[in-house]
Design a protein around this ligand. Structure first.
Ligand SMILES: CC(C)(COP(=O)(O)OP(=O)(O)OC[C@H]1O[C@@H](n2cnc3c(N)ncnc32)[C@H](O)[C@@H]1OP(=O)(O)O)[C@@H](O)C(=O)NCCC(=O)NCCS
Length: 169
């Protein structure tokens, strides 16, 4: 018999410039680096700080406690999620899906014809499953991209359904 599914947390997701939210992201990533999680390996504190300054920060709160975040670069050609993570204790409860829904809602309002991009280590199976579940499509592959020679996979989520003008598909 499969384990019962974890219950979904009551969540608020918002774009934020609050110092407490910046602090949450900084400490979260510092702790993940200290614990040697690969997804945090290339994010020393100075890089996180400058990424926060260059990005829009979205934070999910459960009962007013921050539990997940996404850093989103505003469009040059497209929006890009440069870093996202959810607190281990609430993973598998839809926090990431809620973050993505809010990011897409806000970005689409500003630029309906754009798309949302991200890059992920090819060995980050759970993140890849989460991206695919949230409607991201694999659009590229960079061989030996990371310093430990793991490939990078590139994903894109379009804000609008693209209709093929010739076939109508
Ligand atoms: C990847 C990550 C952000 C997902 O966050 P999450 O809040 O647990 O994801 P959700 O609960 O919203 O799940 C979304 C979908 O992902 C898939 N998924 C999530 N966790 C999964 C798991 N452990 N196994 C299989 N599929 C999983 C499911 O399809 C799920 O959809 P469903 O709930 O309808 O079944 C989280 O695992 C995390 O923080 N990982 C560490 C940081 C990281 O790797 N970041 C990405 C690189 S920057």
């Amino acid at each position: 018999m499969s384990a019962p599914r974890a219950s979904r947390a009551p969540l608020t997701v918002r774009q934020t410039t609050a110092a407490t939210d910046y602090d949450f992201v900084l400490k979260f990533v510092e702790a993940a680096r200290a614990a040697r999680f690969e997804w945090a390996a290339s994010w020393p504190s100075h890089a996180i700080l400058s990424e926060i300054r260059a990005s829009c920060l979205f934070v999910a709160h459960a009962h007013s406690i921050p539990v997940g975040f996404a850093l989103v670069r505003p469009p040059g050609h497209a929006f890009e999620i440069t870093l996202t993570a959810v607190s281990q204790s609430v993973r598998g409860r839809g926090v990431f899906s809620s973050l993505i829904a809010k990011v897409v809602e806000d970005c689409r309002t500003n630029a309906p014809h754009e798309s949302l991009h991200l890059e992920v280590r090819a060995d980050n199976r759970v993140a890849i499953l989460a991206y695919e579940a949230c409607g991201f499509k694999l659009v590229g592959h960079r061989k030996n991209y990371y310093s430990d020679r793991v490939d990078a996979l590139l994903f894109r989520k379009d804000f609008e359904t693209r209709v093929d003008l010739i076939t109508g598909a």
